[in-house]
Design a protein around this ligand. Structure first.
Ligand code: BMA
Length: 375
């Protein structure tokens, strides 16, 4: 631990919570409570940097122990690791992006052991139509609520998720705390749980059922629940239209992607700022921890995107973490390339290193020094 890290740890441990601070699960495990309390203070100093599937693959490699594109470009692992359960609901050994669940379990343990934070999403198949998560068939959510024809199909799917979550254990048998973000991008119209597949009341009922089921029926007490909209919202009212209530969410967040050619205008930064203003207001009012649950500009066509577009906006706000989406590389099925963190030699690599060096961006070493799971 160097001096910068020691000071950081002291500062965060002794500071009052910036946001919130009681978990909605009164039976949460010791480590889960501790993580939540520490995440509520992180915003004072900066924000953790996360990366989806960081340890599984990068733009030009797959499944090589010890690798991570963030590490290769900046010299450190991310502070938050994102993982995805799509496919588990049909008993598949690989997730929808071909990550084997057995390996994922080990990667999760590895990130946790290093002191990093784990977050999980689930692009589960549509329980009504049997098609993918991207089939927003009308009536889907209504059909899976308790007492409805597809309820048991959904519960079976959820049981597969619960089994996986229950299998995540640290060295001493303790449950690994998970930031679980069910039904993410819930204000969008592209997933079956979104605005085409449900009305707000149906959605809220589904969200509450899911959290209650995982907690009370499956006895999972290692979950920090993340309410996760898409971006470009106009008001706090928009953000809350499908909010299940303060008893069902611990964190509030949105996903945001820049698209199109570089250097056209600054509308992405303006939207990001506006969405963060909404989160700032709601985090205070509802006593929840804010975060940016997915972010990116695929292939990073603007070589100074990190320090010129997002860093100045993020400096104006306090939140716990931002998760960059996956470095899939070339995807043959879609014949497209997708990645959000530069690799060595990429035109945005030196800008990412500058961003890494900024005091407010917290990666693995800082996360470890913060002792997020302990007093
Ligand atoms: C999307 C893309 C897809 C992927 C999905 C779930 O945004 O990255 O390639 O299958 O997320 O991880």
């Amino acid at each position: 631990m160097n001096i910068k890290h020691t000071l950081l740890a002291l500062l965060v441990a002794s500071s009052p919570a910036v946001f919130a601070q009681r978990l909605t699960d009164t039976k949460a495990t010791k480590e889960t409570k501790k993580l939540y309390s520490n995440l509520s203070k992180v915003g004072k100093k900066g924000y953790l940097i996360g990366h989806q599937d960081a340890l599984a693959y990068g733009v030009k490699w797959k499944y090589i122990d010890g690798r991570s594109d963030i590490k290769e470009v900046a010299g450190d692992f991310p502070g938050v690791y994102g993982w995805e359960l799509g496919g588990i609901e049909k008993g598949s050994a690989l997730n929808l992006d071909s990550v084997p669940f057995d390996k994922m379990r080990l990667f999760i343990k590895e990130g946790y052991k290093r002191g990093g934070v784990i977050t999980i999403s689930w692009h589960g198949d549509n329980p009504l139509t049997g098609k993918t998560a991207w089939d927003p068939a009308a009536g889907t959510v209504a059909s899976i609520l308790p007492g409805q024809p597809k309820h048991e199909v959904f519960v079976k799917q959820l049981d597969a998720v619960a089994d996986f979550l229950a299998s995540l254990k640290g060295d001493n048998g303790e449950a690994i705390p998970i930031l679980y973000r069910p039904f993410h991008e819930l204000t969008g119209n592209w997933f079956w749980w979104g605005t085409k597949g449900s009305n707000p009341e149906e959605f809220k009922t589904l969200f509450r059922f899911t959290v209650d089921y995982l907690r009370n029926k499956r006895k999972l007490h290692n979950l920090i629940i993340v309410y996760n909209t898409s971006n470009g919202l106009q008001s706090a009212g928009d953000f809350l239209e499908r909010y299940p209530g303060d008893k069902y969410a611990d964190m509030i967040s949105f996903d945001a992607y820049q698209r199109g050619k570089a250097g056209q205008d600054n509308s992405f930064a303006t939207k990001l700022d506006n969405d963060l203003n909404i989160l700032d207001e709601l985090a205070k009012k509802h006593k929840k921890i804010p975060a940016v649950s997915e972010l990116g500009y695929s292939e990073i066509p603007d070589p100074s995107w990190f320090t010129r577009t997002i860093q100045p906006v993020f400096k104006k706000h306090q939140f716990a973490y931002v998760l960059f989406w996956r470095n899939a590389g070339y995807k043959p099925k879609e014949n497209e390339t997708e990645y959000y963190i530069p690799y060595p030699g990429h035109p945005a690599a030196s800008d990412f290193i500058k961003y890494y060096q900024a005091p407010e961006t917290l990666f693995q070493k800082e996360a470890a020094d913060l002792n997020l799971y302990k007093d």
